[in-house]
Design a protein around this ligand. Structure first.
Ligand code: EPU
Length: 301
């Protein structure tokens, strides 16, 4: 990116603008080279100004949520990376309706929903995602449903910088996917409808799931959640385990010995280590079980 463009971005944006900022600081994997430019917009107008400028100058950008489902290349990103978690970190309940900024933390919201006796977000107990990130990839857990089931509306900024609003019937969610992934739209606000129950029931369900996660997943080590999508009616973790993949290593990247669908960073794993390990696991499962695994995490380069 030209120096002049970087200076123009710095002048245009009211929020924080950093150059050559290491992205490993912003991902749960603690992996990732530098962002050429990292912007934290100050408000929606600031974000809109930036997006329409980037559109006019044909400069690529990448939105960053809580960085919990990402693998970022060791070379970093020659793009403008837009960090959403500071500014858009708010939420409001009105009866069983919830409105939240895209950068709000899902586990915090899930806990508040439980206190109010609102069911639907139990799957999010301890899931360290931003709500915007969770919606865009329709996060969920096992048979507890996923966030797409609860959405009644989404506000986005289009790739040209315009504010747009979608209602439920315009949105299309499927397993770990949504039509919001198309066209570089930036989610800024989501609206959910939760199910009134009683707080004890919701709390117990959440607690059970959280304890199960703690017991079966490597939550204390840097990771990016489940690496692979579950094949229909099966579990990628079970298949990798059965194929003998637990503990497999490339450099400092290791298939977790606790849950085989997780890769953990033992200290200084590179993105390339993780990619090579993913390749090895896919080959192993294909050879041993005849199943072609598909990655769930998003690779950015
Ligand atoms: N299993 C093994 N070995 C392993 C891992 C699992 O044999 O190493 C077996 C388990 O014993 C169980 C079955 O596989 O019989 C399913 O395991 P688990 O209950 O852990 O569920 P999962 O299908 O592996 C899904 C989600 C998780 C979510 C859990 C909550 C996906 C890809 N994974 O995992 O989500 O936390 O359910 O129970 O949908 C994520 O999306 O990032 C994620 C981690």
């Amino acid at each position: 990116m030209k120096q002049q463009i970087k200076q123009e971005i710095k002048k245009l944006v009211e929020g924080e603008v950093l150059f050559s900022e290491p992205l490993k600081k912003y991902t749960s994997f603690q992996i990732g080279g530098p962002a050429e430019v990292l912007v934290t917009p100050r408000d929606i107008a600031d974000l809109q100004r930036l997006i329409s400028y980037l559109y006019r100058c044909d400069i690529p950008y990448q939105v960053l949520g809580n960085g919990t489902n990402l693998l970022i290349s060791d070379q970093g990103l020659s793009k403008v990376v837009i960090k959403m978690t500071d500014l858009f970190n708010w939420f409001k309940f009105k009866s069983n309706q919830l409105r939240a900024g895209a950068g709000a933390k899902l586990p915090v919201i899930a806990k508040k929903a439980a206190e109010r006796g609102l069911s639907g977000l139990e799957f999010a107990a301890g899931l360290p995602a931003s709500i915007g990130g969770a919606v865009i990839m329709n996060a969920g857990a096992g048979n507890l449903g996923s966030i797409g089931d609860l959405i009644t509306g989404v506000k986005v900024i289009s790739s040209t910088g315009e504010l747009k609003q979608y209602r439920r019937n315009e949105l299309d969610f499927s397993y770990r996917q949504s039509n919001l992934q198309k066209d570089e739209q930036i989610i800024i606000e989501v609206e959910l409808e939760l199910i009134p129950t009683d707080s004890k029931t919701v709390h117990n369900k959440m607690q059970k799931l959280f304890l199960k996660r703690k017991e079966t997943q490597p939550l204390t080590m840097p990771n990016a959640g489940c690496i692979f999508k579950n094949p229909t009616d099966d579990s990628a973790g079970r298949l990798i385990d059965q194929a003998g993949g637990k503990g497999l290593k490339v450099g400092d990247a290791q298939v977790s010995t606790k849950h085989a669908n997780f890769i953990v960073n033992l200290g200084s794993a590179s993105a390339q280590d993780v990619l090579d390990l993913i390749g090895k696991v896919k080959k192993l499962v294909n050879e041993q079980c005849g199943v072609e695994l598909e990655t769930e995490i998003i690779y950015l380069s």
